[in-house]
Ligand binder design. Structure first.
Ligand code: HEC
Length: 118
């Protein structure tokens, strides 16, 4: 019986989907592993999904935010001019109306420190 309850709880966690992912480091404190930001595929696998879901949902042509962050070159441009770092790490004004998890911030910081490679 007890193991049945555990399976239900496990299923519940899986069902939370995106929420579960966002709260990863809350469920497992210290479990954040930003990975190797210089490795091939870091942009595609780790950073791009984050930018698409948390930034490009406003920053797309016709969206509420300026620019088009669905394109790597445009995201690279705001890293190169420093506005990304200022707004995401320093003032935390972006994402507007929301906040990034500590783990997502670590991943973004690692990527920026690596020179924001594609
Ligand atoms: C809810 C909508 C929304 C989200 C989500 C959002 N932004 Fe913005 N962003 C805006 C708006 C609106 C502006 C322009 C007004 C302002 O600066 O507050 C802006 C301005 C900016 C600017 C300055 C203008 C420019 O292009 O140089 C940058 C850089 C920026 N956002 C980066 C980001 C990043 C990076 C994320 C994700 C971590 C993000 N934003 C998420 C709405 C959003």
């Amino acid at each position: 019986m007890h193991s049945l309850i555990k399976w239900f709880m496990f299923g519940g966690l899986l069902a939370l989907g995106g929420c579960y992912y966002d709260k990863e480091e809350l469920l497992y404190p210290g479990a954040c592993n930003p990975g190797d930001a210089t490795a091939a595929g870091y942009w595609t696998d780790t950073i791009e999904p984050l930018i698409l879901s948390r930034c490009a949902n406003c920053h797309f042509p016709g969206g509420t935010g300026p620019g088009d962050f669905t394109q790597y070159t445009n995201v690279k441009a705001i890293v190169d001019n420093g506005s990304f770092q200022q707004l995401v790490f320093v003032t935390k004004a972006m994402p507007q109306g929301g906040s990034l998890s500590a783990c997502d911030l670590q991943k973004l910081q690692a990527w920026v420190d690596a020179g924001a490679p594609q």
